[in-house]
Design a protein around this ligand. Sequence first.
Ligand SMILES: [Zn+2]
Ligand SMILES: [Zn+2]
Length: 322
Amino acid sequence: MTGSTVGGAEDYHGGTDEPPPHVDTPLPMRSRVNEQFGNQRDTSRPVLPEPLPSPVVDNHCHLDIEDGESWLEPGEALRLAASVGVPRIVQIGCDLPGAAWAVRIAEQYDDIVAGVAIHPNEAPRLDDIGELSAGIAEIEQLAGSSQRVRAIGETGLDYYRTGPEGHAAQHRSFAAHIELAHRLGKTLVIHDRDAHDDVLALLDEHGTPERTVLHCFSGDVEFARECLDRGAYLSFAGTVTFKNAAYLRVALAAAPLDRILVETDAPFLAPMPHRGRPNSSYLVPTTVRAMAEVREMDLEELCRALNANTDTAFGGSWGTGR
Ligand SMILES: [Zn+2]
Ligand SMILES: [Zn+2]
């Protein structure tokens, strides 16, 4: 299937039993360093790019996952990002401790809002120990506990990391998260890896929520049209800069300007020329510049559109850096 190899092993796959750290002394929830790449990776941080002419939001990142030579704590990650025109962030929690952490951080920083869910690769693990239903109930409770939670996500399907034996749990979890987004009026953030057809089928079965984002969009132009027909936003990550992802650039070029977003999925998926190195929200400008080139449009005009789209996609503006 198109796009199955983009990103390689660079993706979050859930699974930690550590308790959430105290909010005043945030600690990384999980480490990516050498976890998948041994000592082969360049773990040095790329330098700051040139600032954007107009602010843009990073609508999907994982501040809780440590990478590089030292962890960028949320305040520092936000400060660096703001210095290059990325003053606001959507922090995505992928398992129960991560979701609780995301809510706390969003409560602490005006410029950060949260998404909470059980990641599709975490769902089978919880199901195996008989805790999936309770986990989803806890996500519902967390999502309803704070106005700072704007999104239910990332949820969805991942057939790349999870084999057929885990698909039933993923379907059940995704369906429950879709229902949750409807019930709570939150944005649905979808993780879709090698599962385009089934993602569409489940959306059709349960109804696509009014605000739905295909995070790290990984399909071709036909799949993009299917998502757009259902009213979804397409969020582009560093993968859109990868050499082997021409089909993503075709999809990006064809998408309406008011339906596209940008994200890092940090610390994963650093854009070219930094592929494989630690990603962070301050690298959004590198991806946005590549997107402007693909769309052959003025950079500032694209920034304004991306910023406005993010506000609409996540239920209104937030924070100070608009
Ligand atoms: Zn994802
Ligand atoms: Zn993610």
